[in-house]
Ligand binder design. Structure first.
Ligand code: ADP
Length: 450
């Protein structure tokens, strides 16, 4: 242990996991390894799901639609009260970035395993996040520097100065939704109106901003751990393999980028965390193009792809998150060892790429050195249509990138999930694409192969 322990020491013994699927399983495992008791919650279609089997207790919180269960704050707080849980882990997705949830959990006298509600609110609103980042010296894209008003002539002049193409983005956007590329002044007005009405409908907030659209960036993000006073950046991940702005493959470290530049970005992220008094795990997301980094957003929660950082750093990020919340000091800066790649395995039709829910009839999991499978699947498990289609994460580690890729190709071939369709063939195509080697070319390469 390196730094002073945080003065914010809070003890808790029983953690309610406000989530489902692989991340609920992942959190339960970490809790048990630390001697913490766990409470799983589930919707009626998740009865018997793996997370409910592994937790010490489980409570039904409602019916299948997420709004009636995993997004129902009152039901979750009632489950915490009934079970005597004294902490709540939100996982990712669902309520993990909802400031009102963090506030409601704290108001119940429970520990919320994430930063405080005000930090979540600032970072959840992309306009305020960009403003906060600029103030602490993080490079951002040329853009509107705030919300767009109604004066189209002003916006037109701004877009002209920045230069087309530009991107109109919803401040409350997420999950790759709420953004529209505009290539010339002609399309600007319509794009603004359309994105605003979509944003209002999808996020309940029509606030928009504008930024330069980068034509060939890579998506590079930095993982941080912080305890309010100190911060440690655990390096970067390359998440350029995306489809419809959603990540498919992530790897660490990011190949082909000057290590000195990466190091300096790591220090800047740490400084930003200290300046913000940031607490917990978090990710700074950047676009990287022509040797420059530009901030796009911060995620104030554990991310799906945290696993690749774990594999190269040897740090269990969920355990670290729990320990930090209990006042532990930050771990020592780890040596980055080898290379790790993650493929997100989605239940989806190979041809239509639409979700393919169903029941898993048989399951064969790959193994061998450097192979990790994070999933809530088992033979007989139901994959309901109501939630995200990701059913597992295959993570491979190797001494080199080539070895990690070779292990992943073998593992993808061995992984056999019967009863539902998956995107394994797509992953094999992406991994063998000349644009994936020697590094992921840009955020657009995968779209050409899917
Ligand atoms: P979300 O919160 O919906 O994930 P992000 O702002 O993180 O939105 O962007 C998601 C993805 O959209 C990025 O990884 C990138 O592929 C693309 N993107 C976002 N901003 C830009 C931009 N200015 N230029 C080009 N692509 C962008």
């Amino acid at each position: 242990m390196q730094t002073k322990a945080s003065p914010h020491k809070v003890l808790f013994r029983k953690v309610l996991i406000a989530n489902r699927g692989e991340i609920a399983v992942r959190i339960i495992r970490a809790c048990h390894q630390l001697g913490l008791a766990t409470v799983a919650v589930y919707s009626s279609v998740d009865r018997g799901a793996l997370h409910t089997q592994l937790a010490n207790e489980c409570i039904c919180i409602g019916s299948a639609p997420a709004k009636d269960s995993y997004l129902n704050i009152n039901a979750l707080l009632t489950a915490a009260r009934i079970s005597g849980a004294d902490a709540v882990h939100p996982g990712y997705g669902f309520l993990s970035e909802r400031a009102d949830f963090a506030r409601a959990v704290a108001a119940e006298g429970l520990v919320f395993l994430g930063p405080d509600a005000d930090t979540i609110a600032t970072m959840g609103d992309k306009v305020s996040a960009i403003t906060a980042m600029k103030a602490v010296g993080i490079p951002t894209l040329p853009g509107s520097n705030g919300a767009l008003g109604d004066d189209i002539a002003l916006i037109d002049a701004l877009a002209d100065t920045i230069g087309y193409p530009v991107l109109i983005k919803a401040s409350a956007g997420g999950g790759g939704r709420g953004m529209r590329r505009v290539d010339s002044a002609k399309g600007l007005k319509d794009a603004i109106e359309l994105t605003r009405s979509e944003a209002k409908a999808a996020f309940g907030d029509g606030t928009l901003y504008l930024e330069k659209f980068l034509t060939h960036p890579r998506h590079i993000e930095f993982q941080i751990l912080a305890n309010g006073d100190h911060a440690l950046c655990l390096g970067e991940r390359d998440c350029s393999a995306q489809r419809r702005h959603q990540k498919l493959i992530e790897e660490a470290p990011a190949p082909g980028i000057d290590r000195g530049l990466i190091e300096s970005m790591m220090r800047r992220c740490e400084q930003a965390c200290r300046a913000l008094g940031y607490r917990g795990v978090g990710t700074f997301e950047f676009l990287y193009q022509d040797g420059e980094f530009f901030f796009i957003e911060m995620n104030t929660r554990i991310q799906v792809e945290h696993t690749v950082t774990e594999m190269v750093s040897g740090i269990d990020l969920i355990a670290a998150q729990l320990q930090l919340a209990q006042g532990a000091a930050l771990p020592k800066a780890p040596e980055v060892r080898g290379h790790a790649i993650e493929c997100r395995i989605n239940a989806e039709n190979t041809l239509t790429q639409l979700p393919s829910p169903g029941r898993v009839s048989a399951l064969q999991i790959p193994g061998g050195p450097g192979v990790r499978w994070d999933s809530a699947l088992f033979a007989g498990a139901a994959v309901p249509p109501h939630y995200d289609s990701m059913v597992g994460k295959l993570i491979c580690h190797g001494d080199s990138r080539e070895q990690a890729i070779a292990r992943m190709q073998q593992a993808l071939t061995e992984l056999d999930i019967r009863g539902i369709d998956t995107n394994q063939a797509l992953h094999l195509r992406l991994l063998s694409s000349p644009d994936f080697s020697p590094w992921q070319k840009d955020i657009h390469f995968a779209a050409k192969l899917v």
